[in-house]
Design a protein around this ligand. Structure first.
Ligand code: HEC
Ligand code: HEC
Length: 493
């Protein structure tokens, strides 16, 4: 593990020590010991409390760094690094409430934040860590946060699912009216609508075709063409500072610093408990290989949007090709797991999916059934997001999927009188269009294991849950082995 070589690696053992606190299995304990042996002298005196805030604490984001997650280890490859966190605005307190970008985008959580770590931060600080701020960390800013008990209540969505409140006004020209907003936390305005969303990872960003779950930070030039993603990210950094951190607009230099940093980080799983090193025996997993992928807007677009004119291929992932033909004579303790990963990759690439009722696809193509694949919606080779901005409604915000911790918003389309109930209005809060109700982007599928729960509202606690959703939603009738293989594959991304 090259993560152990830098003298500034305080955060590696600290992260591992969180794992110890949670009393996980023996293999993770081995990782801890291996790290701690080489770094023990550096961490004497670093206790569990310091461990919890490791992201904001670390002095350097090195060029290459590994962290443990529930499936093994993931790596951050900082192609611009090492980065001194004391001198980069991503880690700086630019606002008024103590929030920094790193508060919600942490190196050891694949540049998102995860409930286990958020809970540890709550316990260590009695709910006063800067992530616990009433403006958007709580269910509604009007909730009581004066006692530990009250804070545990008010921040329940953040603690349980890692969700942040995003408030948007219904656009003035909207084709719809919000009739009712049944919000469990009291934010029941019908004009300023609260949604609850997972922090998308601030990594692998050069591969984005659209920024934010609803694409609201994706900007166009006057002639209708898209601005480069760096322009989107600059605007995003301004909005995150004025919004999440309740600060003034940061200077262009600070914004540039943030964008320079976040666009040079690449994150991927690098070691799997069962399959071992993910770049072993011809495989191409891991963050270094990821940083070298080719990308342009429209690469492999399934609807003919590839500017090179090349046809769509459903073969999206080619990382574990070589593991699909491991010779029996070379069978060892990793082989069964590696074959499962390879089978899962093949399923991702070839499993037929009858796509029905997906707004953004079926209606756009005027086809009641599209014979698709996972890659029809996750088409960017070896990355897995959509290669053009393509907001889609796969039904996650439907009333039928509502859990009591989420709002239920009743929306009427003015022209038709049609009523729709959703837990999040999605893209339509940006465009005002009825057709965009419940639409979200398909996010990058790398570094998944380190950043659950999944989907915009954290409704899938695990990758198993995500596969179960697809199995039901598209009536896939997956066998037990197919499910296990797909999950084994997704865990290695
Ligand atoms: C309070 C938590 C919080 C803080 C602080 C925060 N973010 Fe985020 N970030 C989020 C959430 C939640 C989303 C997704 C929101 C959505 O899509 O509606 C997000 C999305 C993003 C994305 C979009 C990635 C993608 O795939 O589209 C980037 C980039 C990002 N944040 C960078 C930053 C930067 C830079 C800062 C500091 C200036 C910052 N964030 C501060 C919570 C936070
Ligand atoms: C019809 C389009 C479509 C198909 C087919 C599809 N996805 Fe998705 N996927 C999406 C969209 C859109 C999202 C984001 C949805 C949301 O959060 O509201 C998503 C999200 C995900 C996520 C969660 C990522 C995260 O960071 O939260 C995973 C994992 C995933 N898809 C895996 C798959 C797999 C595996 C398949 C094939 C079995 C598949 N998808 C098929 C459109 C699709």
């Amino acid at each position: 593990m090259s993560a152990t070589h830098s003298p500034l690696q305080r955060q590696v053992p600290k992260s591992a020590s969180i794992t110890i606190c949670k009393r996980l299995d023996g293999s993770r304990f081995r990782v801890w010991r291996r790290v701690s042996l080489s770094a023990a002298m550096l961490v004497v005196g670093v206790g569990a409390v310091a461990a919890i805030a490791n992201g904001p604490d670390q002095e350097v984001v090195p060029r290459y760094q590994e962290f443990t997650d529930s499936e093994g280890r993931f790596a951050n490859f900082n192609t611009g690094g090492p980065t001194n966190t004391k001198k980069n605005a991503f880690f700086e307190d630019l606002g008024t409430n103590g929030r920094r970008c790193v508060t919600c985008h942490q190196a050891n959580e694949a540049w998102s934040v995860t409930p286990g770590h958020i809970q540890a931060r709550f316990e260590a600080t009695r709910g006063t860590d800067p992530i616990f701020r009433a403006n958007d960390g709580s269910g509604c800013p009007t909730q009581d946060v004066s006692t530990v008990h009250a804070r545990r209540e008010a921040y329940s969505l953040l603690l349980n699912k890692g969700l942040i409140r995003i408030e948007q006004n219904v656009p003035e020209n909207a084709e719809f009216t919000v009739m009712e907003n049944d919000n469990p936390y009291g934010c029941n305005s019908t004009t300023a609508i609260s949604a609850y969303r997972r922090p998308l990872p601030a990594t692998n960003l050069p591969y984005l075709s659209t920024v934010m779950w609803d694409g609201r930070e994706t900007l166009k030039n006057a002639d209708g063409t898209f601005k480069p993603v760096t322009a989107d990210l600059a605007q995003q950094a301004v909005d995150a500072t004025t919004g999440h951190a309740q600060g003034a607009v940061p200077s262009p230099e600070k914004v540039q610093e943030i964008v320079d940093f976040e666009t040079k980080i690449f994150t991927a799983q690098t070691h799997d408990h069962d399959a071992g090193d993910l770049d072993d025996d011809g495989a191409e997993g891991g963050a270094r290989a990821l940083s070298k992928e080719n990308f342009f807007i429209g690469i492999n677009d399934p609807l003919g949007g590839n500017p090179t004119g090349k046809a769509f291929s459903s073969k999206i992932f080619t990382l574990y090709n070589s593991w699909s033909h491991i010779d029996d004579r070379r069978y060892n303790e990793r082989t069964a797991a590696r074959r499962a990963v390879a089978r899962g990759e093949k399923l991702f690439n070839t499993l037929p999916i009858p796509i029905i009722g997906v707004a953004g696809l079926n209606d756009a193509l005027n086809m009641p059934t599209i014979n698709g694949f996972c890659g029809t919606c996750h088409d960017t080779p070896n990355i897995g997001d959509h290669s053009v901005p393509a907001p889609l409604n796969i039904g996650l915000a439907d009333a039928s999927q509502r859990t009591p911790d989420l709002p239920l918003i009743t929306v009427m389309c003015n022209a038709t009188g049609k009523i729709t109930q959703v837990t999040d209005i999605g893209r339509a809060m940006v465009t005002g269009k009825c057709a965009d109700i419940g639409k979200f982007k398909g996010p990058i599928l790398r570094g998944l294991a380190g950043r659950g729960p999944y989907f915009h509202n954290g409704s899938a606690a695990t990758l198993e849950d995500a596969i179960d959703f697809y199995n039901t939603r598209f009536n896939l009738q997956l066998s037990r082995r197919d499910k296990e293989d797909l999950i084994a594959f997704l865990k290695t991304l």
